[in-house]
Ligand binder design. Structure first.
Ligand SMILES: NC(=O)c1ccc[n+]([C@@H]2O[C@H](COP(=O)([O-])OP(=O)(O)OC[C@H]3O[C@@H](n4cnc5c(N)ncnc54)[C@H](OP(=O)(O)O)[C@@H]3O)[C@@H](O)[C@H]2O)c1
Length: 257
């Protein structure tokens, strides 16, 4: 692995690049929130039905994805992502002690956002969870689905037609003690997070592949453009085997006090 920006000579230990990232503990009543996604060079973050058979990123990317979880209290995913990959976004046993040394629980809390309540309650995300997951849903979620979810998860209602992200992030911060939060997509959840202005950083892996097609999703997908368009500033750039590991920070206008 080589660091391109800020430039440094020589090689760095491949799996160590996220070891020393220093995430603030959140402020203004909400967790500090980072997003982690991988795309092809042509910007695709989904590959139709093939994503499990043919992952976008390398094995290094997948290992680094897990290593980012070492830094956070909780990992949030959209229901679409949980339906596509219904496993618990935890860390392997050998990384648990690093979390404990940082004053965190052995495993991050898994959080899922849904309106429909259509979640795979028989899947490992719920049944093999090292911690009871948390489902954020709305009062319009059909009661039969709610009842099933109550059995396998903690449930919070944070909106009527759709989940109110400012409210949800406030609840995670105040009630669940989540000071640092990792969002792992997917693209539709990402749009809502950007629209609610709750994302602080973007970790983006660019895999050296081209998907083509026109049906697949980019990193952020939703109705309408984000206004104003969020502005990002590059924090670091690494390259390993032609795969880029980029970290951007959200730039917010200074408050005129
Ligand atoms: N390349 C990558 O890094 C990466 C990362 C993650 C996921 N993915 C891929 O992305 C695909 C899934 O992405 P996606 O965009 O279709 O789904 P998604 O963003 O994971 O989830 C979208 C769903 O989340 C719920 N949701 C989002 N915002 C909500 C709100 N404000 N209120 C209530 N519910 C809300 C809704 O669930 P309900 O439908 O239940 O109401 C919505 O349909 C999968 O193929 C996955 O493999 C790729």
């Amino acid at each position: 692995m080589q660091r391109l920006f800020p430039a440094v000579a020589g090689h760095v230990e491949t799996l160590s690049i996220y070891d020393d990232i220093d995430l603030p503990a959140g402020a203004d009543g909400r967790p500090y929130t980072i997003l982690n996604m991988v795309s092809t060079v042509d910007g695709k973050t989904t590959l139709g039905e093939n994503v499990v058979k043919q992952p976008i990123g390398s094995d290094v990317d997948r290992q680094l994805m897990v290593r980012l979880r070492v830094h956070v209290d909780a990992v949030v995913r959209g229901a679409g992502t949980v339906r596509a990959s219904p496993y618990y976004p935890g860390v392997p046993e050998e990384l648990e002690h690093v979390r404990v040394q940082r004053g965190l629980e052995r495993q991050p809390l898994a959080v899922v956002v849904t309106g429909s309540g259509d979640l795979p309650v028989d899947a490992p995300f719920f049944r093999a969870a090292p911690r009871r997951p948390l489902v954020l849903l709305t009062t319009r979620t059909p009661p039969a689905r709610m009842m099933k979810l109550f059995e396998w998860a903690d449930v919070e209602f944070v909106g009527d037609d759709s989940v109110n992200f400012r409210k949800a992030w406030g609840l995670l911060y105040e009630k669940y003690g989540v000071k640092r939060l990792l969002c792992e997509g997917g693209p539709r959840l990402n749009q809502d997070c950007f629209a609610a202005d709750v994302l602080d950083e973007v970790f983006w892996t660019v895999a050296p592949r081209v998907a083509g097609g026109s049906m697949d999703l980019t990193m952020v997908e939703g109705h309408g453009l984000l206004q104003p368009m969020p502005r990002l500033e590059l924090v670091h750039a690494y390259v390993h085997d032609s795969e880029l590991f980029l970290r951007y920070k959200r730039v917010r206008a200074q408050r005129a006090d």
